[in-house]
Design a protein around this ligand. Structure first.
Ligand SMILES: C[S@@+](CC[C@H](N)C(=O)[O-])C[C@H]1O[C@@H](n2cnc3c(N)ncnc32)[C@H](O)[C@@H]1O
Length: 293
């Protein structure tokens, strides 16, 4: 399969055509369960039972594990959904108003059945509030629901195939707060009641900045493209920066409007994309052509 191309078809079938150990980094956002209709037969996300959806995504992840290099990384963005009345099941957890936790069910199966190593469940915060000061940061869609809290975050699961893998933390470091700089740049003796009493605590700040941590605001972006579920380009930028070496190959098996491809090219990486809906694949190719003009 050639790089820098988007292939139209089912992600699982196309993944099976990729050789073992050939991809550096997977960055993808598959359809969520029972949330959107992408208007194409064979799409993932409209299964009768959430378990069927979970198993489908796990099958895709099994192939992703096979195709990534021994040092490869996988960033899987997934949101959750609530029980919909149309599902008929005797399962106790399939009940009205239930938050289904499909994304964590998938992550657990990836650990237990595929042997993937979950390194982080990164919280993509869309809006966060300080309840004490009543301040809000970031943006969110107004929530009409009155008997629970709105959903202002999604998860980006960061998986690896092996214990050692490519990870460039320096590429995503953040500036320290001034208050932290003052606090940590000296030797401090542990207090007598500390288990480390008598020892010196040496916390030096890294000149390149701090580890960003696993709660990150990735601001939503206004897009003129006609795709109903694009992620902001800062998400693939973050994942590629730390998870894919220069000139490496990024795979997105649910390419949609081509956001991952555009970012990969901008960052001097190669890409391979799969997309079932040919209209979205054309849109992605159009965006790539406009970029090259
Ligand atoms: C959440 S969107 C991805 C959006 C993308 N990250 C972007 O920024 O445009 C999921 C995409 O998966 C596609 N899709 C659904 N089922 C698929 C399947 N079985 N194989 C390949 N693509 C599929 C949908 O058409 C949709 O474009």
């Amino acid at each position: 399969m050639k790089t820098d191309k988007i292939y139209v078809g089912d992600s699982l079938e196309l993944l099976k055509k990729l050789p073992d150990n050939s991809i550096d980094c997977v960055v993808t956002s598959p359809p969520y369960y029972n949330v959107r209709d992408y208007g194409v037969a064979g799409q993932i996300g409209l299964e009768n039972h959430p378990n069927n959806y979970v198993n489908k995504i796990v099958e895709v992840m099994k192939e992703c594990k096979r195709v990534i290099k021994e040092t490869g990384t996988i960033f899987l963005n997934l949101g959750d959904s609530y029980f919909g009345d149309e599902i008929k099941s005797k399962d106790l957890w399939i009940k009205d108003k239930q938050k289904l936790l499909t994304h964590y069910r998938i992550a657990i199966k990836c650990q237990e059945e595929l042997g993937l190593i979950l390194r982080n469940d990164i919280h993509w915060i869309k809006q966060v509030v300080n309840f004490k000061t009543r301040e809000s940061f970031g943006s969110s869609v107004p929530c009409p629901v009155k008997d629970r809290l709105g959903l202002n975050s999604e998860i980006i699961f960061f998986f690896t195939k092996n214990k050692s893998y490519y990870f460039n933390l320096d590429a995503i470091r953040m500036p320290y707060k001034e208050s932290t700089k003052k606090r940590v740049n000296f030797h401090r003796k542990y207090t007598p009641d500390s288990p480390y009493k008598g020892q010196f605590l040496s916390m030096k700040i890294n000149p390149l900045g701090k580890n960003p941590g696993d709660c990150i605001i990735f601001p939503l972006e206004r897009a003129k493209e006609r795709h109903i579920a694009m992620f902001p380009s800062i998400i693939p930028e973050f994942c590629i920066s730390c998870g894919c070496p220069k000139n490496g190959i990024v795979l997105d098996p649910f390419m949609g409007s081509g956001t991952t491809a555009l970012v990969a090219k901008r960052m001097n990486r190669q890409f391979i994309g799969f997309e079932l809906n040919s209209k979205y694949a054309s849109l992605a190719n159009k965006r790539l052509l406009e970029r090259d003009k």
